[in-house]
Design a protein around this ligand. Structure first.
Ligand code: NAD
Length: 259
């Protein structure tokens, strides 16, 4: 199948790297006009150039930058059909180690950033030529369901994204019918977010094996496998799905324990 996003304009946050960059590539290959946003300008520009898209420097925790990014997208393309709220940071701290600085940073990017994206995204989608329409994909995590002891703020942020998604979905459905919002919940994915932790651990191969083993399927996922899930939620193939949780975790949550 091809052309699954023909005629659609998609803005993807955190698209300079990992899952976001894979989304940019697959969405463009399926016919979307892609807007790549990120705080990493050089990498973001490279991804945008590769997919024939536009790069916008954009910190998702800043509301003024959201307004500017959406305005630039509408100025360039005249509409917004798909928004992937993918940008995120992982800063490990247990609840006992938690500092307010790290808590506010992680919540500011991972949760407030998604809220601002949904707010400005819905406002753009409701004004689309031809009538309100759009699909928002919020990248949560398996930690939207279970607690990671080593990352209290990250877990809280991803749990927040899971339920924020449902509020946005009900609003989009009741008010406009055709503006959808769903959450995507990856297990562990082989992206720079984890690769940095492997390198920092002093035992990269051991850490990689541990991460592979977290999933009953015996390996981490690729960024491209997550992009395939996001593509389904972004496209009209998921037209009856809103407020849903797409879990892509290699069987992690299906397993009751070590057996
Ligand atoms: N890698 C995993 O195992 C995993 C698992 C579950 C969920 N996730 C989620 O998937 C999403 C993508 O992560 P990834 O693994 O591709 O990581 P990544 O580090 O490769 O990519 C994250 C991107 O977000 C960008 N970013 C960070 N702060 C930003 C900000 N304030 N404004 C805009 N952009 C910002 C980074 O520059 C980077 O390009 C994140 O929300 C992450 O929490 C990842």
């Amino acid at each position: 199948m091809s052309g699954r996003l023909n005629g659609k304009v998609a803005l993807i946050t955190g698209a300079a790297s990992g899952i976001g960059a894979a989304c940019a590539r697959s969405f463009a290959a399926e016919g979307a006009k892609v807007v790549v946003t990120d705080v990493q300008a050089d990498k973001g520009k490279a991804v945008a150039a590769e997919v024939g898209g536009r790069f916008i420097a954009h910190d998702v925790s800043d509301e003024a930058q959201w307004a500017a990014a959406i305005a630039e997208t509408l100025g360039a393309h005249g509409r917004l059909d798909v928004l992937v709220n993918n940008a995120g940071v992982f800063i490990p701290q247990t609840i006992e180690d938690s500092t307010l600085e790290v808590w506010n940073k992680v919540l500011g990017i991972n949760l407030t950033g998604v809220m601002l994206g949904c707010k400005h995204g819905v406002k753009a989608m409701k004004a689309n030529p031809g009538g309100p329409t759009g699909s928002i994909v919020n990248v949560s995590s398996i930690t939207g369901f279970i607690g990671l002891a080593s990352a209290a703020a990250y877990t809280a942020s991803k749990g927040g994204v899971r339920l924020l998604t449902k509020s946005v979905a009900v609003h989009g459905a009741r008010t406009y019918r055709t503006i959808r919002c769903n959450s995507l919940h990856p297990g562990t994915i082989d992206t720079p977010m984890n690769q940095a932790a492997f390198e920092a651990s002093g035992d990269p191969e051991g850490m990689r094996a541990m991460f592979d083993g977290m999933q009953p399927i015996g390996r981490m996922a690729s960024a491209e496998e997550m992009a395939a899930c996001a593509l389904f939620l972004a496209s009209d193939e998921s037209s009856f799905m809103t407020g849903a949780e797409l879990l892509a975790d290699g069987g992690w949550l299906a397993a009751a324990g070590p057996l």
